[in-house]
Every structure is written in structure tokens, then in C-alpha cells.
Design a protein around this ligand. Structure first.
Ligand SMILES: NC(=O)c1ccc[n+]([C@@H]2O[C@H](COP(=O)([O-])OP(=O)(O)OC[C@H]3O[C@@H](n4cnc5c(N)ncnc54)[C@H](O)[C@@H]3O)[C@@H](O)[C@H]2O)c1
Length: 247
């Protein structure tokens, strides 16, 4: 356990997904009460249902109105003592920029970048008033370098990296630590595209120092560290957990 019984509430968006559900389980084991947030209500329910002190909340993080309602609903839950916000919710699909509709651009930016803006705007004031807190944003190695057929996704994740660094500068003095995790290729539904192409997976594994995809539990361990007192001097940083892809 890296937190404590007084760790308060951890809000985890995308908690119904591969990485988000692992993060929710890990933070629950760390001593947090976990608000499991997902746009798919059943997925949030499934994650929260397996934890001892957790609640599921359906919310589309790209909607300001829904995020504001989320804050209200969480505030009704045992005073809404939010100490940790983990922005995991994400959307990915391959695209060529010349074929990408404005609506799909807005969807990719909306979930991957506007979402963390809206949740930070919603939850930071209470953390500041409480004297401190922590934000972990889950971006991607796609936000650290260009990659083919994912220009909008990469742009959103690069934006999330800079949102992280800028908020660390703005709110460090308020006792808020803001850090970013950049996963490499992690074995979840989001990475199904490479599972469907065994030759591409083999090529990718051969070119990667770790020789394999990462696991959701490995990402959860990194989030747990960034949120923990062990990371008390880790501020505004970008941690790649990518099996060496960025080495
Ligand atoms: N899997 C990978 O290889 C990989 C690599 C780098 C970064 N990431 C990032 O990690 C995060 C988690 O990805 P994952 O692999 O667990 O994918 P996933 O598809 O398993 O989970 C994503 C979750 O986000 C939820 N979600 C989507 N849109 C939402 C919205 N508007 N509001 C609230 N929830 C929404 C989905 O319902 C889903 O439960 C994402 O931000 C993703 O970009 C994943």
C-alpha cells in the first residue's frame, strides 16, 4: 500500500478500460476510495463492482456539462474528498489527415485533450482548497514523437504532455503535483489492431528492447508510484513506460 486510509478519493477516468480498470484496482489496494468514471456505464460498474470502496459514475469527459455533473455527484459521495485525479480515458483510431472529418478530429481532441482540461478544471479547486493533491495524465509515446496514421491522436497526446507541464508550473505552489505517464504499446482493446496482424506484431516485438507489449498492471504500478509519497519531488515530469521504445 502506497497511500493510506486517509488517502481520500481517487477519480479515475476511463476506468472501464484495460489500463483504467487496472489503475482503479491498484489505487484501491493503495487505500483510495475510487470513483470509477467511464462513458460506458456497464464498464464503470464492472470495475467498481470488484472493489471494496468504489463507486461507478457514467460520464463523457469531453462534455463540460457532464464533467460538472460528475463533480456534483462525487461531492455527494462522502464529502467528495478528491485527492487524486487520473486521466486515463482515451480514444484511438488510425487515420489519414486528408480523410479525417472535422467531427472525428474533434472527437479525438475532445476525449484525449479537452477531457483532461475539463476534469482538471473541475477537481483542482477543491484539491487546492484542501491544501494539496495530485494529477496523473495518461498520454502516450505518440505524444512524444511523430507517428504515422495518427496525427490527430499524436497532437492530442502532445497537448496533454504540455498541459501536464504547464499545470505543474501553475499549481506546484498550491501543493498540487501534476505528472504524465506515456505508455508504449499496452495489451488492451486499444492495441487490438496489432494483434490482428501477427506479422506486424512480430516485427514490432523484434524491434523493441523489452521484446513484448506492456501490461495494464505495469501502467497501474507507474501511476501508483507517481501518485505516492515516494514521488513527492517528482513534479511536471513525463514518465515513459514503454519497454524501451523511446530509448
Ligand atoms: N493500449 C495502448 O497501447 C496505449 C498506448 C499509449 C497510450 N494509451 C492510452 O492509455 C489510455 C487507456 O487506454 P486503454 O489501452 O486502456 O484503452 P481502452 O480502450 O481499453 O480504454 C479506454 C477507456 O476510455 C473510455 N472512454 C472513451 N471515451 C470516453 C469518454 N468520452 N469519456 C469517458 N470515458 C471514455 C472507454 O469507454 C474505455 O473504457 C488512453 O488514454 C490511451 O490513449 C494506450
Amino acid at each position: 500500500m502506497t497511500g493510506s486510509a486517509s488517502s481520500g478519493i481517487a477519480v479515475v477516468t476511463g476506468a472501464g478500460g484495460g489500463i483504467g480498470s487496472a489503475v482503479a484496482r491498484r489505487l484501491s489496494a493503495d487505500g483510495y476510495r475510487v470513483a470509477c468514471v467511464d462513458v460506458v456505464a456497464e464498464a464503470a460498474d464492472a470495475t467498481a463492482g470488484g472493489l471494496s470502496d468504489a463507486r461507478a459514475f457514467r460520464c463523457d469527459v469531453s462534455s463540460a456539462a457532464e464533467v460538472d455533473s460528475l463533480r456534483t455527484e462525487i461531492a455527494k459521495w462522502d464529502r467528495g474528498d478528491v485527492r487524486l485525479l487520473v486521466n486515463v480515458a482515451g480514444l484511438f483510431f488510425e487515420h489519414s489527415i486528408v480523410d479525417l472529418s472535422e467531427a472525428d478530429w474533434n472527437r479525438l481532441i475532445g476525449v484525449n485533450l479537452t477531457g483532461p482540461f475539463l476534469t482538471c478544471r473541475a477537481f483542482l479547486p477543491a484539491m487546492i482548497a484542501a491544501g494539496g493533491g495530485c494529477v496523473v495524465n495518461v498520454a502516450s509515446t505518440a505524444g512524444l514523437r511523430g507517428s504515422r496514421n495518427r496525427a490527430a491522436y499524436s497532437a492530442a497526446k502532445a497537448g496533454l504532455v504540455m498541459l501536464t507541464r504547464s499545470l505543474a508550473l501553475d499549481h506546484g505552489k498550491d501543493g498540487i503535483r501534476v505528472n504524465c505517464l506515456c505508455p508504449g504499446l499496452i495489451d488492451t482493446d486499444m492495441a487490438a489492431w496489432i494483434r490482428e496482424d501477427p506479422a506486424a506484431l512480430h516485427r514490432w516485438e523484434a524491434s523493441t528492447p523489452a521484446g513484448r507489449m506492456g501490461t495494464p498492471d505495469e501502467m497501474a504500478a507507474a501511476v501508483s508510484f507517481l501518485a505516492s509519497p515516494d514521488a513527492s519531488y517528482v513534479q511536471g515530469t513525463v514518465l515513459s513506460a514503454d519497454g524501451g521504445v523511446m530509448a
